[in-house]
Design a protein around this ligand. Structure first.
Ligand code: NAP
Ligand code: GDD
Length: 383
């Protein structure tokens, strides 16, 4: 019999990659998904099994991190060997608009899982992974950040996650639970939510080169992040729960780059060189040159006229509406402990991540344009 895993946040970026990974390892995977007025399962539709199929190994349950009774019932029904608590209101900027909800879902939600496991008498059986975050370091006290670096959260999201982190440590110490925090640095992929900065950039680059958008508006171009690939990071989540003893681990690449660097890299993936001018809110990037053979290979010769016409134009500008009331300026992690104890190291580097995301979005935006033009009958061409 395979192990049974329960994933909260199964419809999110990490939930999708982790589900795929665990299913390949022979797990039965249960996921908690929120009720929504529209379908919200796009990232996991390829894993979906009809409820009429016998012996399903991928099963979804309606639930919400703010509903203790619901979470307790699901855990009782599923009797999981491993719980991956990935559900969260995960957008830092949005948490300034919905601070109470972020505290409830991200902070108290973690407590609800731990307490349900304890009350159901599953402390011995169910191991718990908590999706902690490099946002805990906030106004960083040390570079690079390790498991011993003090925390200084800078948003309602990070403060809620701080509660989640410490309640996991407390339940581990108080009740001997196998509960671990993964302090994950930013990780991205083609499945990344569209309003996080990397995906916002790769989508816009794709739209600009296809003639669907004029300009990409961003906030703080100088913020630095340690960006890895979600596919690598879900392996670390699983590895933490296979250890004899629970513990907390930093998961990071050790390489930091600015938002401006990411923009440059994304445009250069399609053969475009940018020229940045100005400072602060007046900073802009102009389309300086096009490597036409690379562009033709990565986007298509039929779109060359679009970018030829844009040489000298502003294609990136700053819009202060994307600034945060308090910012996390620079993050870079030291994942030595994970490497030594878990044997974990990333396979993707930043250029490979950017390449995959840009290629995926160029394909997606072409497909969307094709569909809008009524080309649905030959959709197979894009699959
Ligand atoms: P994501 O794509 O935003 O996914 C979040 C998931 O949580 C979605 O499935 C979402 O459901 C679900 N969710 C949100 N509020 C919920 C609620 N009240 N009840 C039940 N489910 C709820 O985030 P991600 O990038 O996969 O990240 C996974 C986890 O790791 C999050 O806890 C995040 O804070 C944390 N983390 C992420 C990173 C990163 O760089 N990606 C780094 C460190 C930590 P819907 O699909 O219905 O919205
Ligand atoms: N989203 C966004 N949109 N961010 C922008 C923009 C913009 O237009 N312009 C600049 N940025 C800057 C932000 O100010 C921030 O410094 C950086 O880009 C990264 O922003 P996000 O991609 O939104 O991610 P994040 O670092 O705030 O949070 C993500 O990573 C955390 C781990 O460190 C989320 O996935 C969190 O859930 C996660 O915990």
């Amino acid at each position: 019999m395979g192990k049974v895993a329960l994933i909260t946040g199964v419809t999110g970026q990490d939930g999708a990659y982790l589900s795929e990974y665990l299913l390949k390892l022979g797990y039965v995977v249960h996921g908690v998904k929120r009720r929504s007025s529209l379908f919200n399962t796009e990232r996991i539709d390829h894993l979906y099994e009809d409820p009429h199929v016998e012996n399903r190994n991928f099963i979804l349950h309606y639930g919400d991190m703010t509903d203790s009774l619901n979470l307790t019932r699901i855990i009782q029904e599923v009797q999981p060997d491993e719980i991956y608590n990935l559900a969260a209101m995960s957008h830092v900027k949005v948490s300034f608009d919905t601070p109470e909800y972020a505290a409830n879902a991200d902070g108290l939600g973690t407590l609800r899982i731990l307490e349900a496991v304890r009350l159901l008498g599953l402390t011995e059986k169910s191991r718990i992974y908590q999706a902690s975050t490099s946002e805990l370091y906030g106004w960083v006290r040390e570079v690079p950040q390790t498991e011993r670096t003090p925390f200084y959260p800078r948003s309602p999201y990070a403060v809620a996650k701080l509660y989640g982190y410490w309640i996991v440590v407390n339940y581990r110490e108080a009740y001997g639970m196998h509960a671990s925090n993964g302090i994950l640095f930013n990780h991205e992929s083609p499945l990344r939510g569209e309003t996080f900065v990397t995906r916002k950039i790769t989508r816009s680059v794709s739209k600009i080169v296809l003639g669907q958008e004029e300009c990409l508006y961003l906030g703080n171009l100088s913020a630095q992040r340690d960006w890895g690939h979600a596919r690598d990071y879900v392996r670390a989540m699983h590895a933490m729960l296979q250890q004899e003893r629970p513990d907390d681990y930093v998961i990071a690449t050790g390489v930091s780059a600015s938002v401006r660097d990411f923009v440059r890299m994304a445009f250069s993936e399609v053969g475009i060189t940018l020229c940045f001018e100005g400072n602060g809110t007046d900073e802009k990037a102009l389309l300086q040159a096009v490597d036409e053979s690379l562009f033709a290979e990565r986007v298509g010769a039929e779109y060359l006229s679009v970018v030829r016409d844009r040489v000298g134009d502003v294609v990136v500008a700053v819009d202060p509406r994307y600034f945060r009331p308090t910012e996390v300026d620079a993050l870079v992690g030291d994942a030595r402990k994970a490497r030594e104890v878990l044997g974990w190291k990333p396979e993707y580097d930043l250029p490979a991540l950017v390449r995959e995301m840009v290629a995926s979005d160029v394909k997606l935006m072409k497909r969307d344009a094709f569909l809008q033009a009524g080309g649905y009958k030959t959709l197979k061409y894009f699959e």
